[in-house]
Design a binder for this molecule. Structure first.
Ligand code: C2O
Ligand code: CU
Length: 468
């Protein structure tokens, strides 16, 4: 029941929502809802079938994509903090696959990494995932087998975990899954060439930008009424930088839920692959105006033109404002308190992100060693680590850690930041160093870390931590 609840009518205040929102304001980006198998709303239990489907992504022609449940993105899974989510996964793809639950602090055996936490699920096979959702936030799911290809074919979906105790009425909420796809004009997917060093080095991007699987969809708005955009960057390589002329974004949350306080409003927001952003934006315009949310190329080391030109990603239509544009309650100055991880006395761990060649093939690695040749790094339960991550490469790498959130520290001094945040995917800029603190709780097992440019991960920029 909870899982199937459409976003627009799920707000914290139904009466206000009914007056202030244009009817169907988010229909243009509506994500599929799963079928909840359980009648108890606190026990979200769903079927998730991976299969090939033919979808009219480009409009006139159809594209054969890989989906969860027949749509890309797959169904939006919804639950409340503390719920146990059970997913009966069936693989009806032509290849083995798994499901990784990006950002969720689950037991290692549920983490979906083939060969390390579970066997790959063969075509025709099934696997039951079941775990408690300890944190509120926007999370996502994707395969962890041949991930650049499988994610590039359309396999990803979002999980929204809500906390009934969070501040109310932050904005009318919508989940936006950003991605891209490489599609030829005839509708066929461009097959990645495994020997193309240049493509591996850059990370493959698709020219077709997608918002919830659509090309340039439209949201409706009433001028002056605040919206809350819960965004995940599910692209295999593309960095999404967004701007909306004449407007500012206020970031209120990251991977691991709300910030302590809203960030200062900014004109542009960068969301790196794998990362999530919880943004407030108040569209302002006259009835009939169309506002274009722009994709703005970000220079991740190859110059600002590699991602193609700046262009519209989606539109916001300001509808005729019959009623007054009922505003929301003022934004609270304080959203929550985050306990800082104390880095003093932590175990120091230094890694570098590296690129080299082997027989003229690009090999990426951690400390010069590709994932398949690197032994797991040992760590102890309840240990606190400070990771110093040195990017030796003149382009950015978004660093992702499975199963645990970390807190960025001052990159120079290693001191805790005044306002800690919970991250699982964090950009390490070209030739830069970042420091993060992570506390391992009591979940033993193999935990992966890697660059979330999935071509880089597949080329070897991954490692394992063995926690016991
Ligand atoms: Cu979304 Cu191993 O990652
Ligand atoms: Cu990378």
């Amino acid at each position: 029941m909870l899982l199937g609840c459409p976003l627009a009518s799920c707000g914290s205040d139904k009466a206000v929502t009914a007056i202030a929102l244009p009817v169907g304001w988010d229909d243009g980006v509506r994500l599929a809802a799963p079928v909840d198998r359980d009648s108890d709303p606190s026990v979200p239990e769903v079927n998730l079938e991976a299969r090939v489907a033919t979808l009219p992504i480009l409009g006139e022609v159809t594209t054969s994509v890989w989906t969860y449940g027949g749509t890309t993105p797959g169904p939006l899974l919804r639950a409340r903090k503390g719920d146990r989510l059970t997913v009966h996964f069936a693989n009806n793809l032509p290849e083995a696959s798994t499901v990784h639950w990006h950002g969720i602090r689950l037991p290692a055996g549920m983490d979906g990494v083939p060969g390390h936490t579970q066997p790959a699920v063969p075509p025709g096979g099934t696997f039951d995932y079941s775990f408690v959702l300890p944190d509120a936030g926007l999370f996502w799911y994707h395969p962890h087998a041949d991930s650049a290809r499988q994610v590039g074919y359309g396999l990803y979906g979002a999980i929204l975990v809500e906390d009934p105790d969070e501040p109310r009425d932050l904005g009318d909420q919508v989940v936006l899954v950003l991605s891209d796809m490489a599609i030829d004009p005839d509708g066929s997917i461009v097959e990645p060439d495994p020997d193309d060093n240049h493509q591996i080095l850059l990370g493959r991007e698709g020219d077709t930008l997608l918002v919830n699987g659509r090309v340039r969809p439209t949201l409706l708005a009433r001028s002056g009424r605040r919206q809350r955009w819960r965004i995940v960057n599910a692209a295999k390589s593309r960095f999404f930088q967004l701007a909306l002329a004449g407007h500012k974004f206020t970031r209120i949350g990251t991977d691991g839920g709300l910030l302590e306080a809203p960030d200062a409003p900014t004109e542009k927001v960068l969301i790196v692959p794998g990362e999530r952003a919880d943004l407030l934006v108040t569209p302002i315009g006259a009835a009939g105006d169309t506002l274009a949310v722009q994709f703005v190329p970000y220079d991740r080391g190859f110059g600002p033109t590699m991602e193609g030109p700046e262009r519209a990603l989606f539109y916001v239509n300001v509808v005729e404002d019959g009623e007054s544009a009922a505003g929301h309650a003022p934004l609270p100055a304080r959203l929550r308190t985050i306990a800082g991880i104390d880095p003093v006395g932590a175990t120091e761990r230094d890694i570098s992100l590296t690129v080299g060649t082997d027989n003229e093939r690009i090999v990426m690695g951690i400390n010069g060693v590709p994932a398949d040749k690197a032994p797991a790094l040992p760590a102890a339960l309840n240990q606190t680590d400070v990771w110093t991550i040195v990017n030796t490469v003149p382009f950015d790498h978004p660093f992702h850690f499975h199963g645990f959130f970390f807190q960025p520290l001052d990159p120079v001094t290693g001191a805790a930041l005044a306002s800690p945040t919970w991250r699982d995917t964090y950009n390490v800029p070209a030739m830069a160093t970042v420091k993060v603190a992570v506390h391992y709780d009591e979940r033993p097992g193999m935990w992966m870390f890697h660059c979330h440019i999935l071509d880089h991960a597949d080329a070897g920029m991954m490692g394992m931590l063995l926690l016991k």
